[in-house]
Ligand binder design. Structure first.
Ligand code: PMV
Length: 360
């Protein structure tokens, strides 16, 4: 397992004057949730997620050598248009990763980003966005250090992405990623996400249809949300529960035990929201339509026996999870019974994917 020291590079042997890379990185959806953190983006408990396939960020990094005056220099674009509002976050990210990528102040960068999902969908773009930027920066570092192994590339990309946005470290790899120290997962670490294998075939093609219940701005930023776990009356028990749930869901994923998968996934979603409802200040991030959808899913599952379940992010949207084998009937159910609870009837069809990829 790599330590922080392993991510501080030795003097570079390669050179890079100018060039560009383009990578895509997907979003991910946590099954066991990360909620609560310590300094330097260290999670209070381990989490596990499904990497998505269709919801992703595509980022082109253009670089050109400049005089190293210690300052960062970059232009930011969103879908080809200048996007100055991204500057503070990017500047902060560069500052945080400077010691791990000492070349950052030696180049002028142009960073052009676009998302495959609608802009104000309530789908956080920070996980896919930070992961896409991290793999691009690693491509440049690989050019400067041609001996770099693929393992180091992946680990450090995830390590850097984590420093941008915690859950982003789970977006570098697929299909299932664990982040955070877990006694029963050898190789697990707080520093970066690791791929979890073996996973039963059915989970490698699992479907996630994201119902857009509320496309507005997040009511509670995840930074504030994580903070609310400091001094939370149930925090310690919750963190311990995440370890237990991770042990159980790993087993379920490996053996194809859908029943256990459903129980833990739904309980984790409701626990995340329960933590917010019982914090100080308190929040209800679900909307009436979120509850309507959850009840409809439970009714449908009881009536048909189709193993469909839900999970939630820190918001009102609902992720509907189900096996590919049940795709036709679940999509029919969503169109008939759930779309009415979505804003403008909108939802996004996604499924498990394999992580960041170079775009030709
Ligand atoms: O990565 P952050 O700091 O935006 O936190 C994400 C937190 C949840 O999405 C609610 C849970 C998770 O594990 O992804």
């Amino acid at each position: 397992m790599a330590s922080v020291q392993d991510f501080i590079p030795q003097p570079y042997t390669g050179t890079a004057e100018s060039g560009s890379f383009t990578w895509s990185a997907p979003s991910n959806i946590a099954l066991v949730k990360y909620w609560g953190k310590k300094a330097s983006q260290i999670p209070a408990n381990p989490s596990i997620s499904l990497t998505l396939n269709n919801c992703k960020t595509v980022t082109t990094l253009v670089f050109e050598k400049k005089e190293d005056n210690g300052a960062f220099s970059f232009d930011l674009l969103f879908e080809g248009q200048p996007k100055e509002s991204f500057r503070p976050k990017t500047e902060k990210f560069f500052e945080r990763i400077r010691e791990y990528l000492p070349f950052l102040s030696q180049y002028h960068f142009s960073i052009d980003t676009s998302n495959t999902f609608p802009h104000s969908s309530g789908i956080a773009s920070s996980a896919s966005g930070m992961a896409a930027l991290a793999v691009n920066l690693m491509s440049l570092e690989r050019q400067l250090n041609p001996d770099m192994t693929q393992e180091h590339f992946d680990q450090k990309a995830s390590f850097l992405a984590r420093l941008g946005s915690g859950s982003a470290c789970r977006s570098v790899k697929g299909n299932v990623v664990i982040w955070g120290e877990h006694a029963e997962t050898p190789g697990s670490t707080n520093l970066y996400g690791v791929e979890y294998t073996p996973v039963a075939d059915m989970f490698t093609t699992y479907q996630d249809t994201i119902l857009l219940v509320d496309k507005g701005e997040k009511q509670v930023s995840s930074t504030l949300g994580h903070d609310l776990m400091h001094g939370h009356p149930f925090a310690e028990r919750r963190f311990a529960q995440a370890h237990e749930n991770l042990t159980a869901i790993k087993q379920a994923l490996a053996t194809g035990d859908v029943e256990t998968f459903i129980k833990i996934t739904e309980s984790e979603a409701l626990t995340l929201h329960a933590m917010m409802m019982t914090s100080n200040p308190y929040f209800i991030l679900m909307k009436p339509n979120t509850l309507q959808i959850i009840n409809k899913i439970w009714e449908f599952r009881a009536e048909t026996g189709v193993p469909v379940c839900f999970t939630l992010d820190a918001g009102a949207n609902v992720h509907v999870l189900y096996p590919e084998a049940n795709k036709a009937e679940v999509l029919q159910f969503i169109a008939n019974d759930l779309a009415v609870f979505c804003q403008n009837g909108q939802y996004i069809e996604d499924q498990v994917g394999s992580g960041a990829a170079v775009v030709a």
